[in-house]
Design a protein around this ligand. Structure first.
Ligand code: F3S
Length: 281
């Protein structure tokens, strides 16, 4: 069995930066430390942090109930209101929002203030989209599917600014913008899909095309992993999704020539290496 691991598999720049930020704070001896939501979609990493005294805040209420400590904002970013809560409560804020997400915040803040209707191409329930919405001066519209794009209604007189969730599928983004273009809005489109995602998706597609079986590793809540899985399955019917090496069923891979491996943005290198070794052995 031949094994090919995608070079772009695993942590992206923003996630690595956020994870490093947490460990830096731990090492500095800062206490108590909280992250607003799990720092990444990976239970192993989150648990390791918990053992080092980092607590995850799961709701706004939990944040509101704090009286002291340091709160780390994860790479997904948050809306302006969260910063206001932190300031009001006198909590120390360490901001690990990915700079690419920060750029979207600045864009929607500026363009919505200039009177444009913001359209976010993405998943309305995703925390990153929540955060982006939280920087719009007026109510943003979120579009995820072709049907939603077709149904979208707005007076032609209103100028529009279209941005994207950083982890959205690039092809799908282009398709949705094309549908919106038929409505003849005066619009600007800012492609805010992160290169890390694009590269990971393109490489996954290329490997899946030639592979006899494909393994996609990632957390069960990770939307970028789910998208990788969709892309790979289109090219290779034998695509399997796993979270750790323990989910790997070598029985189904046994008669396979080339096995491709890729992983979502929040999968630690260690897990990828374990899966690779297991396949090779
Ligand atoms: Fe940032 Fe791109 Fe990762 S936006 S968090 S580097 S996927």
């Amino acid at each position: 069995m031949q094994v090919k691991v995608a070079k772009s598999a695993g942590f992206c720049f923003g996630v690595q930066r956020a994870v490093d930020t947490v460990y830096e704070q731990v090492e500095k001896g800062v206490r108590p430390i909280y992250t607003y939501g799990p720092i990444i979609h990976n239970e192993v990493v989150v648990q390791d942090m918990e053992e080092k005294g980092v607590r995850v805040l799961n709701s706004r209420e939990e944040l509101e109930s704090l009286t002291e400590g340091t709160v780390i904002i994860r790479s997904h970013g948050v809306g302006r209101d969260v910063y206001e809560i932190l300031r009001r409560k006198g909590l120390n804020c360490v901001d690990a929002t990915c700079p690419f997400v920060k750029k979207i915040h600045r864009t929607v803040e500026r363009e919505s203030a200039a009177g444009k209707q913001i359209i976010i191409i993405g998943n309305d329930r995703h925390p990153e989209v929540e955060g982006i919405k939280g920087w719009c001066q007026t109510k943003a519209a979120v579009i995820e599917s072709a049907a939603q794009a077709e149904e979208f209604e707005l007076s032609e007189a209103v100028p529009v600014c279209i941005v994207s969730q950083t982890t959205f599928n690039y092809k799908k983004f282009k398709d949705l913008v094309e549908i919106l273009d038929k409505k003849r809005y005066d619009r600007i489109v800012v492609n805010t899909i992160c290169n890390a995602t694009e590269e990971r998706q393109t490489e996954a597609r290329q490997i899946a095309e030639e592979a006899d079986a494909m393994i996609v590793i990632g957390g069960s809540h990770s939307s970028n992993t789910q998208k990788l899985f969709e892309i790979c399955r289109k090219e290779c019917g034998n695509t399997y999704y796993i979270q750790t090496v323990h989910d790997l069923d070598l029985g189904v891979l046994r008669s396979t020539g080339l096995v491709g491996i890729t992983a979502g943005a929040s999968t630690p290198k260690k897990i990828i290496e374990e899966v690779q070794k297991r396949c090779q052995n």
